[in-house]
Design a protein around this ligand. Sequence first.
Ligand SMILES: *[C@@H]1O[C@H](CO)[C@@H](O)[C@H](O)[C@H]1NC(C)=O
Ligand SMILES: *[C@@H]1O[C@H](CO)[C@@H](O)[C@H](O)[C@H]1NC(C)=O
Length: 557
Amino acid sequence: MGAPGPRHRCLSIRNTFIRAVILTFVMMSVVGFFLQFDLEVSSSIVRTAASAKEAISQQIPMASELISSWVDKTIPLTTETSMLPRPSRNMACDYDMEKLRRWQKQYGLEETFEYIKRYVQVTRQSIPRKSVTHINQHFLVDEFRVMDVNLEYAPEPCPEPLVVPVSKSPFPSSANASDFMFGVSTTYQRFIEPRTSPINEWSYWLTDGHGISNGGKLLLKLLNATEDQLQEARKKLSDVGIDASVHSSDPADIMAVRYLSLVPAMHNHPARDSKKWLVVCDDDTFFLSLHALSDKLAEHDHTRPLYIGVLSEDVNNVQRHGSQAFGGAGVFLSVPMARLIAERYDSCRTEQKINEANSGWGPQGDILLRKCIYENSEVRLTLLNDLWQLDILGDPSGFYESGLRPLSLHHYRGGIWHIAHPWHYTKVARICGEDCTLQRFQTADNFVISNGFSVAFYPRGIDFNLNQVEATFGAAPDDKGWNFDFSMGPRRPSLHKTGRKISWDLQEATVNDDGTVSQVYVLKHDDWRWKNPDGTPMASRDGVVELVWMPDGEEEG
Ligand SMILES: *[C@@H]1O[C@H](CO)[C@@H](O)[C@H](O)[C@H]1NC(C)=O
Ligand SMILES: *[C@@H]1O[C@H](CO)[C@@H](O)[C@H](O)[C@H]1NC(C)=O
């Protein structure tokens, strides 16, 4: 099948002079505009004549129309194409229909959806990480193309890549985590089920990404596993390069005690001799930046008893459960601290202590640990606020789009909490460095790429404070409106259902054979968030934005 679909390229033209001529032409002749550029708008005008019913559905613009109606293409850009660095890789803007069909099925898209592929050239420079970097280029050069998965399409020339400057932060592959032992207690079922299995996530922060341990040790306690299943778990972990010690949990212990028991288990492990920090965390704790984490911990004296972690960012949960490190964010114990807990372990897990650790929501392992420390020493919690427990509900975009550089994430597997895909989000760090995950790039046409998480478009412009967190998510179960203020600052109002924001959210990312990283961002036209104030959807079609990140060619040298 060779039939190309409707095409609406406005600016595949590289030369600014030609661009200016064309813009003049556009301004002089609206009719000429439609003829020249075969906009979807023009064909929809023809189609609306066909039936009144269809005319109503056609009033909802496609994302591309929404964008062209708001983007001021006359904004002069100071970045001349000739000044852009040469792309470090061959760019190919062909249409891999196998891939598009897979996305259509996997992400439940309609058979016809809008698609754009954009290359991004990373330039690593001696600059600090910025929360948001302004890029003097348009995100949209070629416009979205309407793809029908039943057709085939001819390749196109690629527009020049977006060029993004980033700091020279270290790559995850060079992290050395040998100062750390991590303890996790979970069930065999959660370990093995694809929806909850942490193996991919662990392979990010416990290996070099190429099947070799980064020195970090994992002590895993599995509940409800037979000897064969323990053996199977050991094999799965060692196959991906994770240095793990796998044991079964005592089924007689309640969850809070299984959690506390990780501390003596780590302290009594022979590998402890070479460790500085014994870390208690959950099976859905994710560390994004092992270099930054090691640097942060190196500011503390590991030879002293230290208890380092973070409160819940929801003040309501601090009030309910108490002031202690919330384990999902990761709790860092120096070896002398762990020794004290191991020595007092039996007295810290008595029935009385378990009762005292009941916040009304059942006995809490975090409380048991805090009591063990506070009742047996003068050590008190040292806050490390870049760790995140993430007791957040609903759409987590406001957090992930805030430009932060979190050291940990948690609660991203859905259930009552939020859904996020940190293993995919961090893939791009392999070519642009640890700091570049969730870093923001704002283009001249009001797009913001929150790297790895979303590509958002703001049709009315960015007339709000990007330095504040958008209140897209809520607190559980008592949302007073200000639960998060002490940890995030008051949040700016959510743009849900205002017609002022629409976003494509990352679903998967892949490291390609040529050293580039592809990211797939998906928009569903019926997404409850992207509505106008009158309830009509902002876009009439599903859409996919594919970003292909190219490593810095200079640095590879
Ligand atoms: C990692 O760090 C440890 C101790 O901090 C050191 O002994 C070891 O040589 C380091 N490994 C590499 C590969 O740099
Ligand atoms: C223990 O394993 C059995 C069978 O494999 C399963 O049905 C049960 O749900 C498991 N219990 C827990 C607590 O995961």
